[in-house]
Design a protein around this ligand. Structure first.
Ligand code: NDP
Length: 280
């Protein structure tokens, strides 16, 4: 890749940001579509988001992805928000418009649904969502808005109640009670950070004992790809959907806005990310 004064630029802001696989993905898409573009990781500490965004906009960047811990500050920063951003209460994709304004989107929820569809999963009837953080909120909003009944369970009950109130929809159950309600669900989503890094930390197998045979089990955690939850689900012959596809799907809208092409989710992109996650 040769970067010149006319190269289209985008990137991801986070703190830390070195773990992000977004540069790998976007630069792969630039190369495979023969686009004169580059996507860079940008470590920006908490409290410095505004000044960083203003600087990048002035320097001619097309836009920016925003990750932990900046998604809520990005929501406050942008001039206008998409409906998805308003529902999620967060922004992960910013477009620097030609007129000097900024538009913020949250693509996590749409990415989650697109990943389900890519795995041949149709619209769900009743989803059990575990978690009440940023990922859970985006997933819960997308499912609710698709017409799915949702039940939210979170270790800290008050956060689940606050999420239900913010979304103006859904039900809440206590954390210990969710496995008992699984029989009525056709989708289970782990949107907590449980399982990140492969640590079990939870009796997933026992929790799935009351699952209906057609339950789809999905995890937003993708490191490792086969999380303890997905392993337990596979042992019970339940259909599983891993979180890597969500990561790829949520990136497509930003790439389209900045570089002008909506990239397809091909096996090469998935293989590239898997290769990188496995460290080989
Ligand atoms: P947050 O910090 O906002 O939320 C974390 C959630 O996990 C909270 O609900 C928290 O519960 C819960 N939790 C943490 N530890 C435990 C535990 N020991 N037992 C039960 N619940 C626990 O994180 P995010 O929502 O931003 O991210 C969650 C995960 O989703 C991360 O692993 C992230 O990498 C992944 N993710 C994946 C994406 C993808 O594209 N595949 C996109 C975005 C995120 P409590 O409220 O009680 O603290």
């Amino acid at each position: 890749m040769t970067i010149t004064g006319t190269t289209k630029l985008a990137g991801v802001i986070g703190w830390p940001v070195e773990h992000s696989r977004s540069p790998l993905l976007h630069n792969h898409w630039c190369a495979s579509h023969d686009i004169d573009g580059a996507y860079v990781p940008l470590p920006v500490p908490p409290g410095s988001l505004d000044v960083a965004l203003r600087g990048l906009q002035a320097a001619g960047f097309r836009g920016i992805n925003v990750t932990i811990p900046h998604k809520e500050d990005a929501f406050r920063f942008v001039d206008r928000k998409t409906q998805s951003a308003l529902r999620a209460g967060a922004v992960n994709t910013i477009v620097f418009e030609d007129d000097g304004t900024t538009t913020g989107d949250c693509t996590d929820g749409k990415g989650f649904l697109a990943n389900l569809h890519a795995h041949g999963v149709g619209n769900s009837r009743h989803a059990m969502i575990l978690g009440a953080g940023g990922a859970a909120r985006a997933v819960a909003a997308a499912l609710l808005d698709s017409g799915c009944r949702i039940t939210i369970a979170n270790r800290t009950l008050q956060r689940a109640i606050a999420l239900r109130d913010a979304l103006e929809g859904g039900e809440v159950v206590e954390w210990d009670a969710w496995p008992g309600q699984l029989a009525s669900c056709d989708l289970l989503v782990n949107a907590t950070s449980l399982g990140l890094g492969g640590s079990a930390g939870y009796d997933w197998s026992g929790s799935l004992s009351g699952a209906a045979p057609d339950l789809i089990v999905s995890d937003v955690v993708y490191v490792p790809l086969m999380t303890p939850l997905l392993q337990a689900a596979r042992m019970r012959d339940l259909k599983i959907v891993d979180g890597l596809g969500m990561l790829i799907q949520q990136a497509r809208a930003g790439f389209n806005a900045w570089f002008g092409i909506l990239p397809q989710v091909d096996d090469t992109a998935r293989a590239l990310l898997l290769h990188s996650l496995n460290g080989d």
